[in-house]
Design a protein around this ligand. Structure first.
Ligand code: NAD
Length: 487
């Protein structure tokens, strides 16, 4: 039986309590292995190792040496690509061709992109006039923040975790990662890679477990953690924010979304269909930036809806290794219960189910044990329906007609969330005008999920606090000090 152990101070360790939990494959609910659940003892040890490592050889590494090491980590992930790929597909059930194009290569690239960007960013300097006429020089100086707790979700496990670990380490911090209980495998593998590349013990640590009353809570409440970076649900973000208040620790929160897609009648309809298909259904709809509310201008509404239904009908559900399959299961049976609840609620709230709406018969006894769900399109819901307002995080969207630009801007912004928006139009003045009015951290025009890693990423409103990405991560991952020198 495979076991997933904690990675503390450069070593894989079991839980002292002997407590483990099962890691199951959502494709057929088969057992992948047992995961050790960290108690306070393991979390204390991981944080102590991270704190100690801040004073060890890591502190003396030049920036160039850190960058060289992080490049090595990226290269080693790519050398062990197949192992990372298999591990990610087993944990999530996602098609191999998706994980091999997105999760693993981008997960590795995060170690390169940030170190180069951060290394080339200047700090400020000002010359101050003084009454004696001699002046003073003020010089910005950045130091690592310290021990960073990284709490990550299950939808893009390696990619979203390294998105934080990469810049944290590039800035000279040490980290303790608590990956999602659903997807422990690639984070554990990364521990092996860190040792292979010669990353000093204690710089990268992993503790496994759940959130409340488990590793997640023990870590975020730990007094020796200097800052917490979290990606996950808004509700969890609120709990973590409270934990961070104790000791005034800094937080970065990347939370949920209920993102609008806006299709104007002057769009290229095939581009809009292709993009909305991806934004609503890729990764079985489990992408924070995905589109769950689609607004279509009346002139192209019927055509757009008909084309979307045609494309959804073509999605092929199947095992990750099935080369024809482009649609996997949800991450777990528990998450399927949540999504299926919303499928039921949509009917109660008066939706017309245009396609899908249920749990499929996979025609195979083993697969029928998995967390499969049908890709679904609804129409006809009221704007205040819970299905239109709450994040479902499944392969589904509601499509609604609109008439004017003003009306659709109000509809799109009528949400507690503010993560992303996608706009489909061939009129560039309109694209910019509407894009500027979206209350969201990222707005796509005629595209989706396309982003230069040097740009800022984060959410407005209840989708998060702070910006990561590019040089923006510096604000979170470093302490900016001013040194004032009297001349
Ligand atoms: P989640 O909030 O349930 O869990 C995320 C992580 O937090 C897990 O590791 C979990 O164990 C941990 N956790 C849970 N309760 C905790 C607590 N009390 N204290 C400390 N840690 C705790 O989220 P999820 O279900 O894993 O992920 C899906 C959610 O993540 C969706 O809402 C999605 O929109 C969001 N998400 C956001 C982004 C973004 O960049 N904004 C990206 C991906 C996912």
């Amino acid at each position: 039986m495979k076991e997933f152990r904690h990675f503390i101070n450069g070593q894989f360790v079991s839980s002292a309590s002997g407590k483990t939990f099962e890691n199951r494959n959502p494709v057929d609910n088969s057992l992948i292995g047992l995961v050790h659940e960290a108690g306070r003892e393991e979390v204390d040890a991981a944080v102590a190792a991270a704190k100690q490592a801040l004073k060890g050889p890591w502190a003396k590494y030049s920036q160039a040496k850190r960058i060289e090491l992080l490049n090595k980590v990226a290269d080693r992930i790519n050398e062990r690509f197949e192992e990372f790929l298999v591990a990610e597909c087993l944990d999530t059930g996602k098609p191999r061709h998706i994980a091999s194009h997105i999760d693993i290569p981008r997960g590795a690239a995060n170690f390169k992109a940030f170190s180069e960007t951060l290394a080339n960013h200047p700090t400020e300097s000002f010359r101050l006039d003084t009454p004696d006429g001699k002046g003073a020089i003020n010089m910005g100086h950045r130091t690592p923040k310290g021990v960073i707790a990284v709490i990550s979700p299950w939808n893009l496990p390696l990619l979203l975790m390294t998105w934080k670990v990469g810049p944290a380490m590039a800035c000279g911090n040490t980290v303790v990662v608590k990956p999602s209980e659903e997807t422990p495998a690639t984070t554990t593998l990364l521990g092996e890679v860190m040792n292979e590349c010669g990353v000093p013990a204690g710089v990268f640590n992993v503790v496994h477990g759940f959130g409340p009353d488990s590793a997640g809570a023990f870590l975020t409440e730990h007094k020796d953690v200097d800052a917490i970076t979290f990606t996950g649900e808004t509700r969890t973000g609120e709990i973590i924010m409270k934990a961070a208040a104790c000791g005034l620790r800094n937080i970065s929160l990347e939370c949920g979304g209920k993102n609008p897609g806006i299709v104007f009648d002057d769009c290229d309809i095939e581009k809009a269909v292709e993009g909305t298909m991806r934004s609503a259904f890729v990764n079985c709809g489990q992408v924070c930036l995905g589109t769950e509310r689609v607004y279509v201008q009346r002139g192209v509404y019927d055509q757009f809806l008909a084309r979307m239904k045609e494309e959804v009908a073509k999605l092929k559900l199947g095992r990750p290794e099935d080369p024809d399959a482009n649609f996997g299961p949800l991450v777990s049976l528990e998450h399927r219960d949540k999504v299926a609840y919303y499928y039921g609620l949509a009917k109660e709230e008066g939706a017309t189910v245009e396609i899908g709406g249920g749990i499929p018969d996979m025609g195979d006894a083993e697969l029928n044990q998995g967390a499969w769900i049908e890709p679904t399109i609804w129409t006809g819901l009221a704007d205040n329906a819970r299905v239109v307002r709450e994040e479902i995080f499944g392969p589904c969207c509601h499509i609604r007609p609109f008439d004017t630009e003003e009306e659709v801007i109000a509809l799109a912004n009528d949400t507690d969330y503010g993560l992303a928006a996608a706009i489909w139009t061939e009129n560039s003045a309109r694209a910019i005008r509407v894009g500027e009015q979206m209350e969201a951290g990222i707005v796509w025009i005629n595209s989706w999920f396309l982003r230069d890693l040097r740009t800022a990423f984060g959410g407005a409103k209840q989708s998060g606090i702070g910006r990561e990405g590019g040089v923006h991560g510096l604000e979170f991952y470093t302490e900016l000090k001013n040194i004032c020198i009297k001349l």
